[in-house]
Design a protein around this ligand. Sequence first.
Ligand code: SF4
Ligand code: SF4
Ligand code: FES
Length: 238
Amino acid sequence: MSALRVRVWRGGADGRFQEFDVPRHESQTVLDVVTHIQRHLDPTLAYRFACRVGMCGSCAMTVNGTPRWTCRTHVDKVAGSGVLEVAPLTNLPVVRDLVADMGEFFDKWAKARGQFKPTRTRGDDFAVVRPDDAARQEADAGIECIGCGVCYSACDVVKWNRDYLGPAALNRAWTLVNDARDAGQAERLRAVAGDAGCHSCHTHMSCTEHCPKELSPTRSIAGLKRATISLALSGEEP
Ligand code: SF4
Ligand code: SF4
Ligand code: FES
């Protein structure tokens, strides 16, 4: 059986790559490779995963320089040269080895007012929102985000400006701006209109190109730009 040369990040931000040889097998994923190393070669290797089927988003890492879900990335697709390099997601602090600290990523969801704020109580009837309603369709386009952080890691503006809210938090804000049941709109538009918000996006589409769910945070951010500008032009404070 042939072997794959794998370079794996070890330690914190000041760590280094360590090399391992891992046996190849058919339909092998990058997560299979990392798991083999942890189970058979070095049990101290830290990494994160849960579902193995592209549902949880927790296995995201940098694979040969690109942020990806490792459970849905086949080795054949990315290691044509016979070398695989696996590192934690960039643009986030490193906890240890392949584990990135997602704290600031989710803090930014909160800063972008990514929490649903209900207008109704338990005693009220369900809100009726028609499937063909334009705002609902806008919300539907971004709602499948599972918070994996791949887009955040792919975004150069996050790299340059650590305060930038980033594509996932802004995508979430846009889904809620289009949610007729939500009561937090003024606060949300204020939160995303500032220096660290939607107007810092350079629209270079890296988030959209890398999102494994094929969502378009770029499109959502464009929607936020329009919404905050029209509010400003109307003379109202966002
Ligand atoms: S928008 Fe896509 S890449 Fe970004 S966190 Fe959501 S699912 Fe992951
Ligand atoms: S389109 Fe905007 S949010 Fe997406 S990667 Fe580019 S700068 Fe970042
Ligand atoms: S382990 Fe859940 S998406 Fe990869």
